[in-house]
Design a protein around this ligand. Structure first.
Ligand SMILES: Cc1cc2nc3c(=O)[nH]c(=O)nc-3n(C[C@H](O)[C@H](O)[C@H](O)COP(=O)(O)OP(=O)(O)OC[C@H]3O[C@@H](n4cnc5c(N)ncnc54)[C@H](O)[C@@H]3O)c2cc1C
Length: 401
């Protein structure tokens, strides 16, 4: 039997960042996942990952603290200097505009490829002798008063003080623990793809709430490229994914009464479109609900939200940062599996998670409603917020965290 301080399950960005953050505190870690390779290799301007993330300051800070941010290829990251959000009236005045200039910050967010973050985390982890990676799937786990033991499909077993489940939205660990996790299926699927655009995007991220309740976001990438997240009704998403490249480009350019073409000129697809069904879910507990909780949830295993605010991963990375901070500053007499410490983790994550899930959910519902009255109110509301310096400052403060 192999004995460790921590077992981390799942090698998405949340799992990899957790391993690196906690290894830097000197903890002995076994990291288990079926696959550690992000797959796509993007080394030149011709190959771009279609999984793109808008990172907030808190995520950038965590990556900087772990020396990961400095090691990234910043020729492949894009600063967002403006965000423009359009209502579904097609009227120019129903727009919400945030700018880094008026918020007196250098940028509102950073746009980065998923595989780029993962590869840089992988490179940094190689220098941590106390992380052992095991390519395997976990098949079972047993938590007792003294330790937690994980068994894998290939017959290996590992024991530790604590198990961290970073095993994604369908978390097998959360399911086995029977943690209640209400799921709200939006009936929408996100279609993601990258484009080259004719006109300079000038670091502007745009999001259109469309008439049929769909949401189209175009995020800037370096060298006149854009990343699209089109949250479409399931059947429409299927159609968009089946389109040939020319038809897909035309559909995007024509969206929002032709505003996309007006703003970015002609678009040309440069990656195959991919689909992601959209759900909202929140685990009711993020530590195992028993007397000796030796298991905690992190990232999408704990919460999943609509991508309209581009915050799911940012929230997961704040889980990582909080856990790291709590362990780093714990009282010397507490061990990392002290129930008091784990309850602190759970308590400190509720507010942030609930607020983001609530806001994204309400926004999605507000714009999905076909009511004519709501349509007038929501579009007027955007215009009003846009004209109120105070409200905009509050919104931007929240968005920049
Ligand atoms: C279209 C779209 C756009 C988005 N855009 C943004 C954005 O701009 N900004 C943002 O912050 N967020 C965004 N998100 C959210 C973001 O994608 C997720 O929050 C993030 O990827 C979750 O990472 P994770 O590491 O928690 O989970 P995952 O990436 O799902 O990783 C889970 C890991 O667990 C492993 N695993 C599963 N089962 C087992 C098992 N039995 N044994 C071992 N390992 C197992 C998997 O193999 C995988 O490695 C977006 C989401 C979507 C769908």
């Amino acid at each position: 039997m192999n004995s460790y301080d921590l077992i981390i399950v799942g090698a998405g960005i949340a799992g990899k960042a957790t391993a690196l953050r906690l290894a830097r505190l000197g903890l002995k870690i076994v990291h288990i996942a079926p696959n550690f390779d992000p797959g796509i290799h993007c080394n030149d301007d011709l190959t771009w990952d279609s999984r793109i993330y808008a990172l907030s300051s808190s995520s950038q800070q965590l990556l900087s603290d772990m020396n990961v941010w400095a090691a990234m290829d910043h020729g492949r990251t894009q600063i967002v200097s403006d965000m423009r959000i359009f209502g579904d009236s097609g009227q120019a005045q129903d727009e919400l505009h945030f700018s880094a200039y008026s918020a007196t910050v250098p940028q509102l967010a950073w746009i980065v490829e998923a595989s780029h973050i993962e590869r840089t985390l992988d490179a940094a982890s190689q220098f941590q002798g106390n992380i052992q990676r095991i390519t395997d799937k976990i098949s079972d786990f047993i938590s007792t008063k003294d330790a937690v033991t994980v068994h894998t499909e290939s017959g290996q077993s590992f024991t530790a003080k604590l198990l961290i489940a970073a095993d994604g939205a369908r978390s097998p660990i959360r399911e086995k623990l029977q943690i209640e996790t209400p799921i709200n299926d939006y009936g929408q699927t996100a279609v993601v793809a990258n484009f080259e655009c004719e006109l300079d995007h000038q670091g502007t991220a745009c999001q259109w709430f469309l008439e049929n309740g769909e949401i189209l976001a175009l995020l800037p990438l370096p060298n006149k490229k854009l990343s699209m997240v089109w949250s479409a009704q399931a059947a429409h998403a299927e159609q968009l994914q089946q389109c040939n490249p020319e038809t897909l480009s035309s559909a995007v350019m024509a969206a929002a009464f032709g505003s996309v073409r007006q703003r970015f000129g002609t678009l040309k697809v440069i990656t195959n479109p991919k689909n992601f069904p959209l759900r909202r879910m929140k685990a009711q507990r993020i530590i195992a609900p028993d007397q000796h909780p030796r298991i905690i949830l992190i990232g999408d295993a704990a919460h999943v939200m609509h991508p309209l605010a581009g915050q799911g991963l940012n929230l997961g990375l704040r889980d990582v940062a909080t856990l790291g901070q709590l362990i780093e500053t714990k009282e010397a007499f507490r061990s990392i599996d002290d129930p008091v410490l784990l309850r602190r983790y759970e308590r400190s994550r509720h507010g942030d998670t609930d607020a983001l899930l609530f806001t994204t959910d309400q926004l999605q519902k507000l714009f999905a409603s076909p009511s004519g009255l709501l349509k007038t109110v929501r579009n007027m509301g955007m215009g009003l917020v846009n004209r109120s310096r105070f409200l905009k400052r509050q919104l931007i403060k929240k968005a920049l965290s």
